[in-house]
Design a protein around this ligand. Structure first.
Ligand SMILES: *Cc1c(COP(=O)(O)O)cnc(C)c1O
Length: 404
């Protein structure tokens, strides 16, 4: 059970007014808000132990190193990774994907095939296109249907002994569809391909279990699950991380440097060149503690009620069309009203204090599929309320009257 008043009191920003109206924040799929414990963690770090990690013998440096490595262990535990060194702390999902996509350059040959899905975020499309340009590999796409689900029979047809890699998001950020990743992973493994799952949009709602999934790579961003921006995670199976070359050269990622030859550090440092986002990594750990204290089962159950209520109320508005109607989805609703441009509606309801996303949501291929320029996307979190959904409905009704 979510004690909504108690939860809301944890988030100082929820008391803010926007354009003179109480803030209604429904842009959680873009980034989540931060609870006071995470904000405190950042302030405490800079106020008490700020220093560089893994370097100094001095006390502060050791404290900072311990706190940073403790955060890595929290991430390991949260993802249920077998080893802490399989957790690479990165700058975010995009960075994590690029580490893998760049690393595969030397492992692919011309004519090899890579499979992505029609439901991907641009950050899980473009790095693979760049990889194909470098290697001559070919990109194949699992198509989607009108409900916004992947057509799994087509996936079966795409898999062959040429397939080397499969990249799919766990949850679509534009539509909220939860993809059948267990099946995707198993079928890819049956033909010997590696799988990367983009968990940027699932992690705020679903606790991943990378060992049970038997996934090769799983990536996410801290900022979508109550943590700060500029931090993320790349989980990789040890055997894969050992196969991939380092992404960036620099300090921290080496064992020994001479001008003749440099040997790379062991995992995870091989992929962590330079001074990382120390404070952000520590705050990421705090954010995971916070979300686990609320409980992911509670979060999922509460958000599902918000989703059902919002769907029902939105469909009361005449000419409103929802894109992405899978039964299996997180609390994200993409919609349009008649032929009104999403941006116009977004601007009007912003004046009423309501924050939604409008546009293509970094997923242009999905918009092309539906032949629309974009949608209005309301994405809900466990700190949102049913009353806030009522405010959205009356704001949309007002906007519709003004624009039609
Ligand atoms: C947000 C998001 C990304 C990109 O995450 P960044 O934090 O911007 O790197 C990638 N994939 C999905 C599905 C997302 O929702």
């Amino acid at each position: 059970m979510i004690d909504i008043d108690k939860v809301r009191a944890d988030f100082p920003i929820l008391k803010e007014k926007v354009n003179g109206k109480p803030l209604v924040y429904f842009d959680n799929a873009a980034t989540s808000q931060k609870p006071q414990v995470v904000i405190d963690s950042i302030v405490n770090y800079y106020s008490t132990i700020n220093s560089n990690i893994h370097r100094g013998v001095h006390t502060l440096s050791q404290k900072a190193t311990d706190a940073y490595e403790a955060a890595r262990l929290k991430v390991q535990q949260h993802f249920n990774a077998k080893n802490s060194y399989e957790i690479i702390l990165t700058a975010g999902t995009t960075h994590s994907i690029n580490i893998v996509a760049t690393g595969f350059t030397s492992l692919l040959n011309k004519g090899d095939e890579i499979i992505v899905s029609a439901l991907e975020h641009h950050s899980n499309i473009v790095p693979w296109q760049m990889l194909c340009e470098r290697t001559g590999a070919i990109l194949k796409v699992i198509p989607m249907n009108l409900e916004g689900e992947l057509v799994m029979s087509e996936y079966d047809n795409l898999l062959s002994n040429k397939t080397k890699l499969v990249f799919v998001n766990h949850v679509s950020n534009a539509l909220g569809t939860i993809n059948p990743i267990e099946e995707i992973i198993e079928k890819a493994h049956n033909i010997g391909a590696a799988v990367l799952i983009d968990g940027a949009q699932s992690c705020p709602h679903i606790k991943p279990n990378v060992q049970a999934l038997n996934v090769d790579f799983y990536v996410a961003s801290a900022h979508k699950l109550c943590g700060p921006t500029g931090v993320g995670v790349l989980y990789g199976k040890e055997e894969w991380l050992n196969k991939l070359p380092p992404y960036q050269g620099g300090g921290e990622m080496i064992k020994k440097v001479t001008f003749e030859k440099t040997t790379y550090a062991d995992l995870p440092h091989k992929f962590e060149a330079g001074t990382p986002n120390i404070c952000g990594g520590i705050a990421f750990g705090t954010a995971l503690d916070y979300m686990n204290s609320i409980g992911f089962d509670n979060i999922a159950a509460y958000e599902h009620k918000l989703l059902e209520y919002a769907t029902k109320r939105l469909l009361e508005i005449e000419d409103l069309k929802i894109y992405g109607t899978s039964k299996n989805k997180t609390a994200v609703i993409s919609f349009n009203i008649g032929n009104i441009h999403p941006f116009d509606i977004g601007s009007i309801i912003d004046k009423l204090g309501i924050a939604v996303r409008t546009g293509h949501h970094c997923a242009q291929p999905i918009m092309d599929f539906y032949k629309i320029p974009g949608t209005i996307r309301a994405s809900f979190s466990f700190y949102n309320t049913f009353e806030e959904i009522d405010s959205l409905i009356s704001a949309l009704t007002k906007a519709k009257m003004m624009l039609s």
